[in-house]
Design a protein around this ligand. Sequence first.
Ligand SMILES: Nc1ncnc2c1ncn2[C@@H]1O[C@H](COP(=O)(O)OP(=O)(O)OP(=O)(O)O)[C@@H](O)[C@H]1O
Ligand SMILES: [Mg+2]
Length: 239
Amino acid sequence: MQILEGEGVTKYFGGLAAVSKVDFHVDQGEIAGLIGPNGAGKTTLFNLISAALVPKPGTIRFKGEKITGLKPHKICRLGLARTFQEVKIFSNMTVLENVLLGSLFGCSTGMSSADASREAEELLEFVGLSAVRTTPAKDLTLVNQKRIEVARALATKPELLMLDELMAGLNPAEVAQAMELVTRIRDKGITIFMIEHVMKAIMSVCDRIMVLHHGEKIAEGTPQEIAISKKVVEVYLGE
Ligand SMILES: Nc1ncnc2c1ncn2[C@@H]1O[C@H](COP(=O)(O)OP(=O)(O)OP(=O)(O)O)[C@@H](O)[C@H]1O
Ligand SMILES: [Mg+2]
């Protein structure tokens, strides 16, 4: 079953087609990857899905329901959460408080603050941040700030989690941990749609990969199919 589908999704910035007539889908339960060179339109597509931007034209459906035109918080409460390429945390709040915001405001089910706190603590354990739960978010390293975003997104109880370059700027050991985290999230039954430049990671964790180039979808397939796609090799390495 397709949990997310887009049809003819397009976004112009002035004369630039950042995303152009893209048809895409994400299947329930999979880890889907989105790759493409810098400026290909990957983040713009995520912004269109999460309603930070509105496609024109184009339609996006989540769990069969049209979400184009809904406000971002409504989409979040339907069960679609995301993280950001440039981390967007509340710097002066503690790690725990950042995650609590997800539980208390992002989630459709009303929750008591005691339940929200318990859940936030469990999520911090899950992402490996329990030891720094009372530290101001700004004092954490980049890798840990990215984990705050993951925990905050998980606190909204998503069915689909979109990750925009979770692994950028991480060293190889941190990338390995991030890959393991992504797999554990999927094992909780949460579908993943991830943008990534770290090829080793994307090739080993994704079930299926879509490739954007100059705003257009140029390829789609299993990691094995993408690795040998002439079109994909050309856009990454030149002809
Ligand atoms: N708010 C905006 N206003 C104008 N142009 C924009 C805006 N956001 C993105 N763009 C342009 O749209 C194109 C696609 O950008 P986007 O950020 O989606 O690429 P990306 O694939 O995420 O790249 P990267 O891998 O570098 O993150 C780029 O040419 C970018 O300069
Ligand atoms: Mg981007």
